[in-house]
Design a protein. Structure first.
Length: 291
């Protein structure tokens, strides 16, 4: 489990670096308009975007290794720490020191994740043993949720609401992609199964590029304050529901639920506090196009 936790933390750090660099490039693109492939072509011309994509790929590899070493209910909540890494990296780039008002939400997120995982104590579960009906119901529910969020987000003008909707859609889709990757890694571990024989492997080949495309549009849809809470919080929530309801992973109930809810509340409050950090807001303004 220690290896799993370390890999998940490194994945969060790599994802944070990718987010900072890609967001910097995305701010040079107009926030209005529809979802287009042309956006990716324009972004590909910017060095910061290329480095950001490289970091994102590294984060995905580290996440896959973490999912191979432990249950999805353990891995995905750790990735919530990505936003804390975003704040620290932004402070380094701007040569600023974090104040008490910024360290408090960092501590809230970190402490909340630790307490949540200790209270849940996830174990067991096998994606390959999950019933076909569970997979079908989960896939339909998740893809429908994402489709509705994307449709609503694309229908409104650029701004906070659009960023929130697209950020939540991207978070849900990344959680779903992690679910698929978890099944693929389970096949890697199982000597009686082959990766190429699992339909989830081919689904990942489709889901990963779609998630990548959705993320690029999320990054340019609005401010970090609006998009990041949905992007950060919906991901582990979707993964947790899949892990418990479909994969059969075990978590503690009873009185532990109160502690889990308290930890969840601390994580939500800390995430919102991080997204509203004056340092991140100043970084957003500094990188906005003058036109």
């Amino acid at each position: 489990m220690v290896v799993c936790v370390v890999l998940a933390v490194l994945a969060a750090a790599a994802n944070a670096a990718g987010s900072v660099l890609q967001r910097q490039a995305a701010r040079n693109e107009p926030a209005d308009g529809h979802l287009t492939i042309r956006l990716l072509w324009d972004l590909a011309k910017q060095p910061a975007w290329g480095f950001g994509v490289t970091s994102m790929v590294a984060g995905s590899v580290l996440q896959a290794l973490a999912l191979a070493a432990g249950p999805i209910v353990l891995v995905q909540p750790i990735l919530i720490g990505e936003l804390a890494f975003v704040l620290v990296l932004t402070a380094i780039l701007r040569r600023r020191r974090l104040g008490l008002g910024e360290w408090l939400p960092v501590a809230g997120v970190g402490g909340g994740v630790v307490v949540l995982l200790a209270a849940l104590r996830p174990s067991g579960g096998d994606p390959l043993a999950a019933p076909a009906g569970g997979w079908l119901a989960g896939c339909l529910a998740t893809t429908t949720l994402v489709a509705v969020l994307v449709h609503r987000g694309a229908a409104v003008s650029a701004g906070g609401r659009r960023a929130l909707l697209l950020g939540s859609a991207a978070g849900a889709w990344f959680g779903f992609t992690a679910v698929l990757v978890s099944a693929v890694m389970a096949a890697v571990r199982d000597p009686s199964a082959t990766v190429l024989s699992t339909w989830q492997f081919y689904a990942v080949l489709v889901a990963a590029p779609l998630g990548f495309f959705l993320l690029q549009n999320t990054l340019r849809a609005g401010s970090l304050t609006a998009s990041q809470p949905g992007l950060t919080l919906v991901n582990p929530l979707v993964a947790l529901l899949w892990g418990v309801a479909v994969f059969g992973e075990n978590v503690r109930g009873g009185a532990w639920v109160l502690l889990e809810l308290g930890a969840g509340a601390a994580i939500v409050a800390g995430t919102i506090g991080l997204a509203r950090s004056p340092l991140l807001a100043a970084h957003e303004r500094a990188g906005s196009p003058s036109s």
